[in-house]
Design a protein. Structure first.
Length: 404
């Protein structure tokens, strides 16, 4: 760009000690200039104890592309790590030229894939497709049209990955995506049963004997047994409440015959127990081959019905109104005698402090202050005296740090 806007001319110095109004005005002028050259820019104003900040987001309506990072205008740094997520404007004259050149290069790369898909979907809708179907068809059919935007990821796909992407796009166009999935390999016992079925049908095969070549090893049988699906209910247990009983925890075991009952047999047990006056039956399963899990048996289950009030257990002193124990009285006296600067709960004594950090020759903390104004004053004084960059960072510190 040869012609610079008036508000940029003469602004060669870095933004320093600017007021909130100056930061906002500069951001609005930046956004207006981007709009004048054919881009769409929006401004968001924010601020913190460190000072005012404004963020500009730029969109190109011709290509449908956004500037990946927002442009930040402020009189203070965002920090080394956080600055990676924004485009910092420190020198308005130089940075404005760089941003405009970057936007012009982004425009030359052509339309974005999203804009092409949207245009194609609109054509499909005009041809009679429903909007949801049209956009899905546009995404699938234009999947393999990779775009090459500026500052895009530098990842390079291998030939196998590129071939897989093309195959995905071809199947999506043909409508065969997700069809013809490969079946899982059959298990050991499934192969054995299949061979026995072939022998019974007269195939002439023979089952291999132990030690014969080709027979599965003992380890293979062990692994197959470990991965086999188990039926956890091998014995049926039936519980119920005695006549006149309403408390659930007083249920009695009515059947434990060591067998897995069918539904007809369970109904017979229910009928006989009902004739005897029992009620509120419950059927459970038992696997005698598994070790008992007592922790799971006594583990408390949450009440899914949140409308019911929860029961709270009171201490003995709360119920009887008795005075606190001697041990509790001793602890309270010790807390009252605690010296100045001592806090029983450290989290309750935390407060916000402001670190002054020197950036050269190695990043280190100079001091911690109570207020941002005091920390800024010290940082600027040391920067003027030593000619080195200083920064201010917000931290959590203990009140005892400022006790002295």
């Amino acid at each position: 760009m040869t012609d610079l806007p008036e508000f940029i001319q003469g602004r060669e110095s870095y933004i320093d000690s600017a007021s909130k109004k100056e930061v906002k005005d500069l951001a609005e002028k930046f956004a207006n200039e981007f709009n004048n050259i054919g881009f769409s820019a929006t401004v968001e104003h924010s601020g913190s104890k460190a000072g005012a900040s404004s963020y500009i987001r730029v969109y190109d309506p011709q290509t449908g592309k956004y500037l990946a990072k927002p442009i930040r205008i402020s009189d203070h740094s965002k920090g080394v790590k956080e600055s990676e997520a924004v485009i910092e404007v420190l020198n308005p004259l130089k940075d404005f030229k760089k941003i405009v050149d970057f936007l012009q290069k982004m425009r030359k790369t052509g339309e974005s894939l999203v804009l092409k898909q949207d245009r194609y979907a609109q054509q499909l809708i005009a041809d009679g497709f429903k909007p949801k179907q049209a956009y899905k068809k546009a995404r699938l059919e234009m999947f393999d049209q990779q775009e090459n935007p500026i500052m895009a990821t530098k990842r390079k796909f291998s030939p196998a990955q590129i071939a897989a992407q093309k195959l995905f796009a071809e199947r999506a166009r043909a409508g065969t995506l997700g069809k013809g999935k490969r079946k899982a390999n059959p298990g050991l016992y499934e192969n054995i049963n299949a061979k026995r079925a072939r022998i019974a049908a007269g195939s002439g095969e023979r089952m291999r004997k132990p030690g014969q070549a080709g027979r599965p090893t003992a380890k293979a049988f062990e692994q197959s047994a470990m991965t086999a699906k188990r039926n956890p209910i091998t014995e049926t247990l039936i519980y119920g409440l005695a006549p006149g009983e309403t408390r659930d925890y007083m249920e009695q075991l009515m059947y434990a015959g060591g067998q897995k009952l069918t539904q007809a047999q369970i109904d017979k047990v229910f009928k006989a127990a009902s004739d005897a006056g029992y009620h509120s039956f419950r059927v459970a399963g038992f696997d005698p081959t598994m070790k008992p899990d007592f922790a799971a048996a006594v583990r408390r289950k949450r009440n899914p019905d949140k409308s019911k009030p929860r029961a709270y257990v009171k201490r003995a002193s709360q119920i009887t109104g008795a005075p606190p124990s001697k041990r509790l009285q001793t602890r309270r006296k010790m807390a009252l005698k605690a010296p100045a600067g001592y806090f029983p709960n450290p989290k309750a004594a935390m407060m916000t402090g402001y670190q002054v950090i020197c950036m050269h020759p190695k990043k280190h903390v100079v001091g911690i202050f109570k207020t941002m104004a005091e920390a800024k004053l010290v940082a600027r004084a040391m920067a003027d005296a030593k000619g080195v960059a200083y920064g201010v960072k917000t931290v959590k510190v203990h009140k005892a740090h400022f006790a002295a």
